[in-house]
Design a protein around this ligand. Structure first.
Ligand code: FES
Length: 106
């Protein structure tokens, strides 16, 4: 089990419980986190699950793989800390993860 905090562009925060093995996107959708649209359902084919990983967590979440990088090209306001939340698997090591939701998804 890991707690994940999603911070909205206006600073509002929502911390949700996630189970190891699910993705960060699935945790967001299960808990109706605003701004995570995930239109393709996690197939790495839409970029509407884009988040910014907090600096303190970037090492633990790792880097995007090539397919994710390609899809991120379609996301809005991509930054070095950008990831697709459907491509980040929850593990116990991610307990406390903080991600920011972009102002819009496209
Ligand atoms: S849900 Fe579509 S790319 Fe993540």
């Amino acid at each position: 089990m890991a707690k994940i905090t999603f911070i909205q562009p206006d600073g509002a925060q929502l911390t949700v419980d996630a189970t190891a093995g699910m993705t960060v996107m699935e945790a967001a959708r299960l808990n109706q986190v605003p701004g995570i649209e995930a239109e393709c359902g996690g197939a790495c084919a839409c970029a509407t699950c884009h988040v910014y990983v907090d600096a303190a967590w970037r090492e633990k979440t790792g880097k995007a793989q090539a397919m994710e990088e390609d899809m991120l090209d379609f996301a809005f306001d991509v930054r070095p800390e950008s990831r697709l939340s459907c491509q980040m698997k929850v593990t116990d090591a991610l307990d406390g993860l903080v991600v920011r939701v972009p102002a819009k998804q496209f």
